[in-house]
Structures are given as C-alpha cells and as structure tokens.
Design a protein around this ligand. Structure first.
Ligand code: PMP
Length: 413
C-alpha cells in the first residue's frame, strides 16, 4: 500500500477558512523574546515574571498538602463555574483589606485574570465595537481586543496614568453613536509604565465612566506591590461613594504577582448582569478553574501566609528597583529618561537622542542583557525610543551588571 503523504501541502495556513481575527494573527511580541531568556548568563529585564527566588515554596507546599488532605474529593472533582464558595469568601475578605466591600457572591474566580478579561470581552464586544484603552498598554489586553475584533481607540496617559481631562474632551467630541463600550486601564503600577492614577483622577474617571455609561475595566494585579508613597484605593472602592458608579466598574484581581502565576487564580468583581454572562461564557471556556488550585489558594490565603510573603517580596522589589535606578544613573547618565515607580515591577524609560530601542535591543542581546522595546505597548503610533525594564527578576548584583551591559549597548548603537 502506498504510504500517505503526511506532510502534504494542504496543511498550509490558507487551506483553512479562519475567522477574520485569526487570518493573520500576531502572537505576543514579548513571548517572541523568550527564546533568549534561557541563554546562559542572560540578564533579563524583559519579562513581567515574579522572581523565581522569591516564591514562598514552603508556604505553598503546606497549603497544597493541607488542601488535599482536608478534602481530596473537592480537589479532584469538577467545581462550580463561578469558583468554590470557600475561595470566593477568602477573596472577598482580601478585597476588604483593599477597601472594597463585597461578599463571596460578588466574586467570580477565573483561570488567571487574563481569562477574566477574555470572558468580559465575549459578553460585551462584537466585531466592530469600540473599546478604549490607555496607551501605552498591557500588550495581552491589546491582543485580546484585537482578537475580539474591537475597534481599539487609545487614550492618552502621562506619568500619573490616564489624562482624565483629555479623555473627557475626547468623549465630548465623540459622535452620538456608536459609543465606546469599555475602557481598559491598569491604574496602579501599570504595565508597562509603572504609573499610578492619582486619587483625584480615579474619582473623576469613575464619575466620567458612570455618566457616559462606559464599562470601566480596572485591572489590578500589581496594586499590593507598593514599596513607597501613599496607597490609593481601587476605583471599585471609590465607586461606592458615587451614586450608580458601581454598576460601571469591573475589577480584576490576580494571585499571579503576589503568590504565583503557576496557580492560575484570578478573580472578577462585576455588576451582576455582567457577572452572570461571564459565568455563562466561562462554562464554554473551561467549565471551572482548577479546584485543586482553588483549594490550595484558599488554604494559602486563610493561613495568613500572604501578609508575611507580601512584606518579603515588596522589600525585595524595593531593593531591586533602587538598584536598577541607581545603576542606570551611574552607567548611562543622561542617556535614559525615566520616572522611578512607587511599586509594581516596571520602569518605563525613553532613550534620549531619539535612539531606536529595537536597534539597541539587538546590541543588548549580544551582550546578554534584555528588555522589551516600547512599540509592543502601543495600539497605533509607537514611540520607537521607549522601552520597558522589569526589575522583578534580576538580583541587585545582576541589575547592576545588566545596567553596565545596557550602557555598553547604548554606546555601540
Ligand atoms: N493584567 C496585567 C496588567 C498583567 O501584567 C498580567 C500578567 N502579565 C495579567 C493581567 C495577567 O495575569 P494572570 O496571570 O492573572 O492571568
């Protein structure tokens, strides 16, 4: 019998009638860089990964063991699509510490907060609908909006986050219909800018979103990683003081940056009509978030380990951020402009003299140091001289050495 040609040409992309957003999909530009991260001796300021030396391995092992021992069936069986009642209760208490009054029924557990945003888009965005997004923005949010077929309109930011007056003017000039359906922002220690929206701007943004009936998406994976300055409440908390505003805020939280991304535990707090639809969307996405992960997260949170762990990682990120800031000033004075953040994981910077960050990255990779060039974070007109440096992963000594290599790459570019 003649053998079938299993590598036949009909496996080419154009053999399939892909849905429009997937005809020429752009993968994540940051994930493209990952092939270099594992290179021996590489110092990476590129990823938004928590530091591997800062995980609470013992606390986590204890929570995993306790979860399994106390209720193995709950860990092994399917669970409620909205999340296990116990974890939803623990997350509601965690939200209480952030100033948000809610109860277990208000929480929808998601498989990472990334899934939460995807579920929200499925409930709200049809191809051609308009979505506003802060710019520069988290690339996977831009990517999710693109794949949803949204008409993506960037909103201006400065060093204090979204420029709310400019946004109000933008909306004043908007045609009566169709109006934007949502606005996405990371108001605290943003990815990529590290910027934090001020208290006054938060109040103004909440009022504006409610008045214009635009869903305000508050993505908050970094809020607890504050190492200097004064804490600001989530917009979801401020919305309680503004009549009707709570109906227009969707909050996303995540354990990825404060416990471990491998857990894949995030959550959403959304107005009931939206939450109900997100749960229906989740039924066809993954049925439920891993009950084993949820039970482990619940035991971890209820053991009180998070508070201690946060103190330890926030202290480490403070030192690492300070080390990077100091080393950049020492090795590349006047060549890189940036504002030091008050928390989170990122320093957003601009090369002086209009140099192209993508070109500098090529020289940098030759010297075993990496960062993410800024254009990945823009919707339309990228700023080619901008870049994002994450200080979370490199130790202080590595941050120092990495900045030295970066300065050498700049000298060559
Ligand atoms: N939002 C932002 C701003 C992020 O930076 C990330 C992770 N890089 C996420 C959401 C996704 O987090 P999770 O692991 O909870 O899906």
């Amino acid at each position: 019998m003649a053998s079938a040609d299993t590598t036949s040409s009909d496996t080419r992309d154009d053999a399939y009638e892909f849905a429009a957003p997937f005809r020429a999909p752009q993968g994540s530009p940051i994930r493209e860089l990952f092939k270099y991260v594992g290179r021996p001796g590489m110092i990476s300021f590129a990823g938004g990964y928590p530091s591997k030396d800062l995980f609470d391995r013992d606390g986590f092992a204890h929570a995993l063991d306790a979860a399994y021992r106390s209720d193995p069936i709950a860990c092994l069986q399917y669970g409620d699509t909205a999340g296990t009642p116990a974890l939803r209760g623990s997350l509601a208490r965690l939200m209480g510490t952030r100033g948000v009054a809610c109860n277990a029924d208000d929480i929808v557990v998601t498989t990472g907060s990334q899934q939460g945003f995807d579920l929200l888009l499925r409930t709200l965005i049809a191809p051609g609908d308009t979505a506003l997004i802060e710019e520069p923005a988290y690339p996977a949010a831009i990517q999710a909006l693109r794949l949803a077929g949204a008409n993506i309109v960037p909103v201006r930011t400065d060093r204090d986050g979204i420029d709310v007056d400019a946004l109000a003017a933008q909306l004043d000039a908007w045609p009566a219909a169709p109006k934007p359906k949502l606005l996405y922002t990371v108001p605290t220690f943003a990815n990529p800018t590290g910027a934090t929206l001020s208290h006054a701007r938060r109040e103004a943004l909440v009022r504006l979103a409610a008045a214009r009936r635009i869903v305000l998406v508050e993505d908050d994976p970094y809020g607890e990683l504050r190492f200097s300055g004064t804490p600001v409440p989530p917009m979801r908390a401020l919305a309680d003081a503004c009549p009707g505003a709570r109906d227009w805020v969707v909050y996303f939280g995540s354990l990825s940056k404060i416990v471990a991304p491998g857990l894949r535990i995030g959550w959403a707090i959304a107005p009931a009509p939206i939450a109900r639809r997100m749960i229906v969307a989740k039924q066809t996405s993954d049925l439920c978030t891993s009950p084993l992960a949820q039970e482990t997260a619940r035991h971890y949170l209820d053991s009180g380990s998070l508070g201690l762990h946060l103190r330890s990682i926030v202290g480490a990120y403070r030192s690492r951020c300070e080390a990077l800031v100091k080393a950049l000033g020492h090795f590349a004075p006047g060549e890189i402009a940036f504002t030091a953040p008050e928390g989170g994981m990122f320093v957003w910077a601009r090369l002086t003299g209009g140099r192209d960050a993508g070109e500098v990255l090529k020289r940098a990779i030759e010297r075993n140091v990496m960062f993410v060039p800024g254009p990945a974070f823009f919707v339309r007109e990228p700023d080619a001289s901008s870049l994002r440096l994450s200080f979370a992963a490199p130790s202080e000594a590595e941050a120092f050495e990495g900045a030295r290599r970066l300065a050498s790459a700049l000298a060559q570019a």
